[in-house]
Ligand binder design. Sequence first.
Ligand code: FES
Ligand SMILES: [Fe+2]
Length: 456
Amino acid sequence: MTKHSKDWYAATPAPWPQPVLKGHTIPGYRYTSKAFADEEWQKMWTKSWLLLGREDEIPEPGDYQMEEVGPEGIIMARQADGSIKAFYNVCQHRGARLVFNEIGSTDAFVCPYHGWRFELDGLLTKALDSEDFPEGDPCGKLRLIEIACDTFAGFIWVNLDPDCVSLKEYLGPVWDDWQPYRVQEWKRYLALTANVPVNWKVILDNFNESYHLPAVHPQSDALVEENYRWTQFDMSEEGHNRMWMQSGSPSHRLLATGEPLMKPALEATLKAWELNPDDFRGREFDTREALQQAKRTLGPARGYTYFDDLHDHQLTDTYHYFVFPNFAVSVWAEGFHFLRARPHPTDPEQCVFDNWWYAPAPEGVTTPVNTAAGPVARDAEVEHVVFNFGEQSLGEPIDQDMAVTPGQQLGFRSRAYKGVYLAKQEHRIRRFHEVIDEYIEGKRPAPKRVQAVAAE
Ligand code: FES
Ligand SMILES: [Fe+2]
């Protein structure tokens, strides 16, 4: 199939290989036990690639970002040659944290305790009374502990395992799937971070299934095909998941309710792409294809030049990705919803939840970005806001998701919770937990040496 031939436009996404599931029952202690959380940290978090930073936050040499994951703080610093290095945020003198701010710019990292100076590349160059160390002058000898670091989709990813596979290998099919959207050029339009009183997996379980949509997000049936019979679920060998939901037309679930198929959200979307809702009365399921054609025709002139590289289905449909272990994202042609949960440093029944939104900012586009928390001006500079769950809204759809999670965390503490009873459309949750266990059992990540031998 040649690119941009009729077949190329109309192609549907090739399914990923479906791994065999083992039937995990997902018992409650996985969400409440400190011992289990410690195992996860030692054997899974410290062996996985983690999305932590964003390249465009640190454009100049000396710019750095510091992000926390579990008990660790990680510094990501732009080097003189434009590359990025990542370090544990730990002074090699007596363990003090070097920086506490989330973002900054500096010539070097100077420890607040005794003033040791580490250069941007991690090397210690200055220490008070450096001649007074029986083991030798630490300058030029000690360094910050460096961590594997790479970039993809504009994000900075780190891996605490010095023997890790490459990020590209780790991401598997996600790597190729995301290329045409050019998300590395997109800008952040929402940055809400909440401390939530649930285990981090409660959040990712939620984003690994769409079975909750009719009950939790009743508004979603206007534009998204939330009926599983029309949805494609994929699980990759690498442990990631994907869900393809046709969008731009009503859900087939509406047929059973007798509700009108043309709801205000669909009308507004049609009008935004110069289509008349009245032309589709009685044939509302044709709107998806009409929107694809309209976006194909109008998109590039509106500044969405990359639409030319998207298949028709990518112009309208919702792709939901879960990148193991803690990143979920809904991707559309015009933006993506960034959802990440990070474990609390000590308490398995708390986590840090990031609800962010990215969208392109093509020159000439002045329409606001419709984020999960409402419209945001295209030229806005968005501030990162951190708060405790309940103190402020996370935007309607996420408030709806989060409203059910503390109750589930309570259920996981109960003797009456006997384990899950899952629909097939929720199998990505089972897969998520089985991959965690494969790390804990030492089956992942496969040592590079063994992989190399296997490939011979
Ligand atoms: S702990 Fe950093 S200089 Fe002493
Ligand atoms: Fe949801």
